[in-house]
Design a protein around this ligand. Structure first.
Ligand code: ASP
Length: 335
């Protein structure tokens, strides 16, 4: 019999109504699971529940919680066939990206899921999300960090929250689905990839000063000069289209050049969810390249942020981080 460990971190799936709105409640979830008769069926693997403390609305997730999740997985890695992480949807794509980097040499499924409607409500999507995730985690077919939601299994570091209220809340705009759950769970054979090259290890995140700037018409770049100091280790710039920034108000470039010279790693992402950055296609993006910025290709902002945290937490110097930001290390970008 396969064994799956469920790590419950909080999020809507286990929330109950309070007078201030939905909130997680300590000790409630075990009983909620016991009420789901389908979890007792023979198709469902044996599972064990680990409840994190405190339970969080995922808006409150930090690097500390990412490390706690990794530690829980590391402690039980040899005892289980797979892991399901129950998590709020708001930052699920960040945690999925973070774990895809920090769980080194992973050779078992780690499936993040949650719901838009709590399990305590009649129309909850949590029941199917949980049951299918348990089956995927026990299946041992997709041995990487992935995110299952609304019938779709995505590579974790390719997923992004797309809908605030739809039951198909996530998309993977630049990478095909790893599986689709219709009448059957249909895995895409050709996408199976292994990121395991040695012994499993969970790397810990350290707080690293990084930032994200989203450009917009009329942006006053000089406002950002004060944060672009040598203290800032990395920055993700969300540009227009294929990597373009407003060039007529050219103040960003000297600021970027200065930041680059003082050791900040500058990664260029696109505000378009679909497609890739191609620095140099337009005059407005060539200058970014010249100023020392690197292309994040089709990486999501979520994955770019987590990758910066990961690489700096490993202790790499700025030039190594810069090179690795342009390399595909866990399937997070297509080059
Ligand atoms: N605010 C909730 C959270 O992210 C939303 C959800 O779970 O869907 O924890």
């Amino acid at each position: 019999m396969k064994k799956v460990c469920i790590i419950y971190t909080g999020g809507t799936i286990g929330m109950t109504k309070t007078d201030k709105g939905y909130a997680p409640k300590e000790g409630y979830f075990k009983g909620a699971l016991e009420e789901i008769d389908d979890l007792k069926r023979e198709e469902i693997p044996d599972f064990e529940l680990v409840e994190m403390h405190p339970l969080l609305d995922s808006s409150n997730m930090t690097l500390h919680e990412w490390n706690k999740i990794s530690e829980e997985i590391e402690k039980r890695y040899d005892d289980f066939d797979g892991f399901v992480i129950l998590h709020g949807t708001d930052t699920m794509a960040y945690t999925a990206s973070a774990l895809s980097f920090s769980l080194e040499n992973l050779s078992k499924p780690v499936v993040l899921t949650g719901s838009q409607i709590p399990l305590c409500e009649i129309r909850s999507d949590g029941r199917d999300n949980l049951i299918t995730s348990l089956m995927i985690a026990a299946g041992g077919i997709v041995n990487e960090v992935c995110l299952y939601f609304g019938g779709k299994l995505m590579r974790g570091n390719r997923a992004t929250k797309y809908s605030a209220d739809g039951l198909i809340a996530f998309k993977s705009p630049n990478f095909p689905l790893l599986a689709e759950a219709g009448i059957e769970i249909k895995y895409s054979q050709s996408l199976r990839e292994s990121f395991c090259k040695g012994k499993f290890k969970a790397c810990r995140f350290r707080p690293v000063p990084i930032g994200v700037i989203k450009v917009f018409p009329g942006i006053q770049f000089e406002l950002f000069e004060s944060i672009m100091t040598e203290k800032l280790k990395g920055i993700v710039i969300e540009t227009f289209g294929a990597g373009n920034i407003p060039a007529s108000e050219n103040e960003l470039l000297p600021i970027i050049e200065k930041a680059f010279k003082s050791g900040t790693v500058i990664t260029v992402c696109s505000q378009c969810p679909e497609g890739s950055v191609a620095l140099g296609t337009y005059e407005t993006s060539s200058a970014l390249k010249g100023a020392g910025a690197v292309s994040g290709h089709d990486i999501t902002t979520e994955a770019a942020v987590c990758k910066l945290y990961y690489l700096f937490s490993k202790g790499y110097d700025a030039s190594t981080v810069k090179n690795m930001m342009e390399e595909n290390i866990r399937g997070e970008m297509s080059i």
